[in-house]
Ligand binder design. Structure first.
Ligand code: C2E
Ligand code: MG
Ligand code: MG
Ligand code: MG
Length: 285
């Protein structure tokens, strides 16, 4: 009897495990197919310049348009894509789409930049700078308006030979931005060695900035250091006017967050851009 129960128990867990493995396998097959077919949508979240009080750019953020499951957020498939060595193809897909749109918006007279996220895994892929150069050539988007966001934790771990990849990207004329800045828990000395242009302060520092004076001091210091090194500072995750007021007073260069707009599909971003340049009362700065 006991043996039977034990066996039943074992079967239960093994069935559960098999199910999970099957789910993962399904997801892997679906993701591979998604990459083949380009089942991805690019959403755009505006960034505003605090000094000029205008929309100065968009960050491109990928979503997977799964045929059955609908829109899947990046956090639910980018890590798997990284493991499967598919993320470079996704990132280049997003870059191509966003540069195409960016070129159209610029030709319409909007002075905007386009930022895309690059997984650190890409730095081991074949000739990343060459691939980026190809996208720029194909889309006709000017390199100096393209910003590549790389997360801080990755940049810190970057081996010396991979740092050369950053130099080669900079040599194309694109800008480099350290994303989620402040979460890497590292000495800041790497900032002087890396050819980066922008620090993007992580949302976790912005969240309590109006309530927690320590967060405010941290952000104030980061902005001070960045400016003294000649770097631009972007703050992400601004959700209310208190946070906005503080960041403006700290002379943060650009701001991004739900207060200005959530990420949106390309057609809506175009409408947003036209509206924003038609009148500047859309957001309270
Ligand atoms: P991230 O690059 O730090 O992007 C910011 C994330 O915060 C976005 O989530 C955005 O929708 C969200 N966000 C923006 N403003 C606010 C706000 O005011 N409040 C809150 N609560 N959230 C805000 P999303 O689109 O889900 O992207 C999550 C992460 O996935 C990104 O973080 C980025 O690391 C990664 N990711 C997105 N697109 C790509 C891509 O094309 N390639 C790669 N490799 N990673 C991507
Ligand atoms: Mg980003
Ligand atoms: Mg970020
Ligand atoms: Mg982030």
């Amino acid at each position: 009897q006991a043996k039977a129960a034990g066996k039943g128990c074992f079967n239960f867990y093994s069935a559960e495990m098999t199910k999970r493995q099957e789910h993962r396998l399904d997801l892997e097959i679906a993701l591979r197919q998604a990459v083949e077919e380009g089942q991805f949508l690019v959403y755009y979240q505006p960034k505003k310049s605090t000094s000029a009080n205008r929309v100065c750019g968009f960050e491109a953020l990928v979503r997977w348009q799964h045929p059955r499951l609908g829109l899947i957020p990046p956090m639910d498939f980018i890590p798997l894509a990284e493991e499967m060595h598919l993320v470079d193809r996704i990132d280049l897909f997003v870059m191509r789409q966003a540069c195409r749109k960016g070129r159209i918006w610029r030709e319409e007279g909007h002075d905007i930049t386009i930022a895309v996220n690059l997984s650190g895994v890409n730095f081991s892929a074949d000739d990343l700078p060459g691939q980026v150069a190809k996208v720029l050539e194909e889309t006709g988007f000017p390199a100096e308006y393209l910003e590549l966001e790389i997360t801080e934790s990755f940049v810190i771990d970057l081996a010396v030979d991979k740092r050369e990849v950053l130099q080669r990207l900079r040599a194309l004329g694109v800008r480099l931005s350290i994303d989620d800045f402040g979460t890497g828990y590292s000495s800041l000395s790497y900032l002087k060695r890396l050819p980066v242009n922008t620090l993007k302060i992580d949302r976790s520092f912005v969240r309590d900035i109006a309530r927690d004076s320590r967060d405010m001091m941290l952000v104030s210091s980061i902005i001070g250091i960045a400016h003294s090194l000649g770097l631009k500072v972007v703050a992400e995750g601004i959700e209310d006017t208190d946070q906005l007021g503080i960041l403006v007073s700290l002379e943060c260069d650009e701001i991004q967050g739900y207060l200005i707009a959530k990420p949106m599909p390309a057609d809506m971003a175009g409408v947003f851009l036209d509206g924003a340049s038609a009148d500047n009362v859309t957001t309270p700065i």
